[in-house]
Design a protein around this ligand. Structure first.
Ligand code: NOJ
Length: 482
C-alpha cells in the first residue's frame, strides 16, 4: 500500500507539521559534562535495580557531542518540525536561575540555529521527565514552590530562545510522570506513595504549566508570536462490554483519570472532571481517609489553568478495552480510585514493549473524542510510534506498516471527520534510552549502534519511507526570527 495513492494531496492542510521527537535525557548523554547538574533520572539510573540491566542515560546517543549527526538524520527525513526537550539541569544546574550554565545555553543555541538554518521548526519541551535533582532535594514536584521555580525557568527559556522557538511544550506527559514516578515507582524519582502524591504532583505540574503559559502570554507573546501547550498522553479506551452500563461508566472514568485530569482544567472548566472529584471523595469516605483532600483544589489566588493552551498536544500510543472493577477496593491507590480494569483485545498485535498494542484506528477515535470533548482545538500529535525488541531489523516492514496505517487514520480524521490536526511527530528520530526499558526497546526511525563508541545512526526502512511521504506532502515554511 502506498500512502501517496491512498491519501489525497489535500488531506493534510497547508503548513502541516511533519515531525519527529526526542527528549534530552533519552539522547544527550554527557550527564555531568560542561557544568550540567544531575537530574532525577541520573540519580534513578545510578541506583541499581531500577532500569533494565542497570542501563543509564550517561552516554545514550551522545547527542550532546554528536548533534550534527542528529541534524543529518533530520535533514535526511526532510522534517518540517523537530521536537526536542531542554535539559533543565544542563541550563540551570541547581534548577534555579541563580546560576546559568553558559555551555548549556550555547549547546541549545547551536541546535536551534542549525534547525532554523535547515528550515526545520523546533518544538521545544521544557521538562520531559528530567527534573533537576537539586529541586527534588527540595521536595520536587510535590512541593508547592515548584510552580514558581518552573515559571522562572520557563521565562528564562522564552527570553533566551523564544526569538527563534515558536512552539513550546511546558511539561511532557504529566500523567505518566506522576503515575510512574510517585505511585508505581517505575520512573524517577521512584516513589511509591499510592493514592496521594500522584494527585499532588499532577496538580503542581498544572500550576507550573499555567504560570508559565500566563508568563508567556503577558510578557512574550506580543514580541515573539509563539504558542504554548502541555503534552498530554492518552490511550483510547472502549468498554469491554458496550451493553454493560458499568463498563461504559468505567471507560468514561478511565479516560477522565488519564486525559480529563489535565485536559478538563485546561480546555473545559478550569477544574478537575466532576467524575474524578466525586469518585475520589467517595473513596475517601469508603476508606476512612481524612488527611485532607487527596485531589487538591485550584486556588483563587493563582492563575487558573483554563485556557492555558494554544493548541492540544497529544501523545498517543495505544488503546484499551475497559471493564468495571471492584478489586483494589480496600487499598488507597490511583487504580482503586479509577475503578477500571484494562483488558487487551487479543486481536491487537503487541510491538516490543508489553503495553504497546498496535491500534492505529484508536487514534482517529481519540482525535474525534478530543474534538467533541475539548472544544475542537487544533491538535498536534506530539508523539506516536512503534517499538522493536530483540534482533534488529533494519528492514522494519511492520513499523512502516504501522506508520502508514496511522497516517491513513489521521488523514481520515482530518478529511472525513473535520478534526483540526495540525501536525504529526513520530516517536522517535533514533533509537534511544527508553526509560525503565533501557536501550532494548527501539522506537527509532534511525537505528543507533549502541555497541560501538561512534554510535552510528543508520536509517531504517521506515525512516526512508517516512522521508518519501514527507517529500510528497510537505509545504515549505518560512522561518523568521523576531
Ligand atoms: C512517551 C514519552 O514521552 C517518551 O519519552 C517515551 O520514550 C515514549 N512515550 C515511548 O514510551
Amino acid at each position: 500500500m502506498s500512502l501517496s495513492k491512498e491519501v489525497p494531496a489535500d488531506a493534510f492542510p497547508q503548513g502541516f507539521a511533519w515531525g519527529a521527537a526526542t527528549a534530552a535525557y533519552q539522547i544527550e548523554g554527557c550527564w555531568d559534562m560542561d557544568g550540567k547538574g544531575p537530574s532525577i533520572w541520573d540519580t534513578f539510573c545510578h541506583a541499581k535495580g531500577r532500569v533494565f540491566e542497570d542501563q543509564t542515560g550517561d552516554v545514550a546517543c551522545n547527542s550532546y557531542q554528536l548533534w550534527e549527526e542528529d541534524l543529518k538524520c533530520i535533514q535526511q527525513l526532510g522534517l518540517t518540525h523537530y521536537r526536542l526537550s531542554l535539559s533543565w539541569s544542563r541550563l540551570l544546574p541547581d534548577g534555579t536561575t541563580n546560576y546559568i550554565n553558559p555551555k548549556g545555553v550555547a549547546y541549545y543555541n547551536k541546535v536551534i540555529n542549525d534547525l532554523i538554518a535547515s528550515a526545520v521548526m523546533p518544538m521545544v519541551t521544557l521538562n520531559h521527565f528530567d527534573l533537576p535533582q537539586a529541586l527534588e532535594n527540595r521536595g520536587g514536584w510535590k512541593s508547592p514552590e515548584i510552580a514558581d521555580v518552573f515559571d522562572s525557568y520557563a521565562k528564562f527559556c522564552f527570553k533566551t530562545f523564544g526569538d527563534r522557538v515558536k512552539l513550546w511544550i511546558t511539561v511532557n506527559e504529566p500523567y505518566v510522570c506522576a503515575k510512574h514516578g510517585y505511585e508505581d515507582g517505575l520512573y524517577a524519582p521512584g516513589l511509591r506513595e499510592p493514592g496521594t502524591s500522584v494527585y499532588l504532583v499532577g496538580h503542581n505540574m498544572l500550576r507550573a504549566h499555567s504560570k508559565a503559559w500566563h508568563s508567556y502570554d503577558a510578557n512574550f507573546r506580543h514580541l515573539q508570536g509563539g504558542k504554548v501547550s502541555i503534552a498530554l498522553s492518552s490511550d483510547w479506551a472502549e468498554p469491554l462490554d458496550p451493553s454493560n452500563p458499568e463498563d461504559v461508566s468505567a471507560t468514561e472514568r478511565y479516560m477522565d483519570f488519564i486525559l480529563g485530569w489535565f485536559a478538563c482544567p485546561v480546555f473545559c472548566t478550569g477544574d478537575y472532571p466532576e467524575k474524578m472529584k466525586t469518585r475520589i471523595e467517595a473513596r475517601n469516605l469508603e476508606l476512612g481517609f481524612s488527611e485532607g483532600p487527596r485531589l487538591p483544589k485550584f486556588s483563587e489566588d493563582e492563575p487558573n489553568p483554563l485556557g492555558t493552551a494554544d493548541f492540544f498536544a497529544l501523545n498517543y500510543y495505544t488503546s484499551r478495552k475497559v471493564k468495571n472493577t471492584s478489586s483494589h477496593r480496600s487499598e488507597l491507590s490511583f487504580k482503586g480510585d479509577q475503578g477500571a480494569e484494562v483488558v487487551m483485545d487479543p486481536s491487537w498485535p503487541i510491538c516490543g514493549v508489553s503495553w504497546l498494542a498496535v491500534v492505529p484506528e484508536g487514534l482517529r477515535k481519540l482525535l474525534n473524542y478530543i474534538k467533541e470533548t475539548y472544544n475542537n482545538p487544533d491538535i498536534y500529535i506530539t508523539e506516536n510510534g512503534f517499538s522493536q525488541i530483540g534482533p534488529v531489523e533494519l528492514e522494519d516492514i511492520e513499523r512502516w506498516q504501522f506508520y502508514q496505517d496511522t497516517l491513513q487514520e489521521v488523514s481520515k480524521a482530518i478529511r472525513d471527520d473535520g478534526v483540526s490536526v495540525t501536525g504529526y511527530f513520530a516517536w522517535t528520530l533514533m533509537d534511544n534510552f527508553e526509560w525503565a526499558e533501557g536501550f532494548r526497546a527501539r522506537f527509532g526511525l534511525f537505528h543507533v549502534d549502541f555497541s560501538r563508541a561512534e554510535l552510528k545512526r543508520t536509517v531504517y526502512h521506515s525512516g526512508r519511507e517516512y522521508a518519501a511521504v514527507i517529500s510528497r506532502h510537505r509545504t515549505h515554511i518560512k522561518l523568521e526570527k523576531t
